[in-house]
Design a protein around this ligand. Sequence first.
Ligand code: ZN
Length: 458
Amino acid sequence: MSFFKVNHQSSKSKARLGTINTDHGAVHTPAFMPAGTKGTIKGITQEQIKELKIQISFVNTYHLVTHPGVEVLQKAGGIHNFAKYTIPLMSDSGGFQVFSLAQRQKTINSSVIPVKTGIQKKNNDDYRLDSRLRGSDTMDKSMTGNKRTASVRGDEEPLVEKIDENGVVFRSVYDGQKIIFTPETSMDFQKIIGADINMAFDECTYYPATHEYAEKAMRRTHTWLERCIKHRAIRATDSVSCFPSRQCSPATRESARVGIPPTTATYCTKNQYLYGIIQGGTYEDLRKQSAEFVTAQNTSGIAIGGVSVGESKEEMRNQVKWVAPYLPKDRPVHLLGVGQVDDIVDLVKQGIDTFDCVEPTRVARMGSAYQTKAVLAHIEGINERYELDINKAVNKGDLTPLDENCGCSTCVNYSKAYLHHLFKQRELLGYTLLSYHNLYVMEKLMEDLRNLICQEKM
Ligand SMILES: [Zn+2]
């Protein structure tokens, strides 16, 4: 069975219906992947994932490598066994968190931005995390009241020691242990995590970056992609599943955390598929160069990265539109870190097959509930605010459902007044019930989009 199959190509746009086949089942595209950053879609149980018919989720390599760590994951036989996932998973390369957290550390520690990174000067006080940031659902100001305070263990700034052409060296926030992310270790970390789809190690260009810096980061990302492909080929010939691979270079072996024995654990993921990542920042010439290079490599899929990192919606969508003509017809295309309804509706038409984002569960924990009526308006091309804030006093005595048009168990069983009460009392169930609703709406949105493509309506 092939990894990806296009089942229908719309004649109205670049939108298409496809199937991604993995060891953990098929994913019907276009599909949305809720973020399961640390091996959990926050507040949602595995049973609820099944109820919601979530097809695939997304895990972050940086977070899992720092905790619980590769030793535990290897012993468990990967994140599927460890967290009891039965659905396909995609892992990122770690590059996004490593580079963005490293940059944040520099920004917070000093008002002077290092010239060598090419980041344009930005006032410390202006620094904030964009709510759309990939993997940023661990930073939750609703729970802290402070936008820069780590709310959850593990969100402290990593102590970055070095960034160079080889990768990034930093110290774990838990035990001070040295962890090195290189293209090779990223591949090995992702092998141990065991997600079905892996990302090549990339440098996510920060925003706003100069053209000079964005170009440097893009070239580095291309070199790293070649190293990832080469390393996987070497590893495939290694008869013993160990970390680091026996045939790794001494530098790679040194760079890995030491003392991990060959595993005897049984992994349920036999096949892992690699995606190369298109970078190039907000520059059209670089995005096109990167698209040409990345699509020419022998990978199972293509991802577009470095978007939704603080730029405007228009800039973000342009970055996708510039590369759309270069995207392969026979391989799946993933857009990293984008999950707002209007963006998804627009970018499915540009040929994007899958999306991942923290947005639905992150805003749910802040009390925002999507409204299906407004989501449908987005599909019609009408921009409308589509969230209800359950924290508002107007909900206090309102015994009607969160969303009259939603069939999820939260809306069927509970009232706005009860959910408002839970949020005001900071009861954990409130976060779960709103996350459940938002994820249900997202799954329904993707199902609607698939039907519209099938009917040649988009
Ligand atoms: Zn609902």
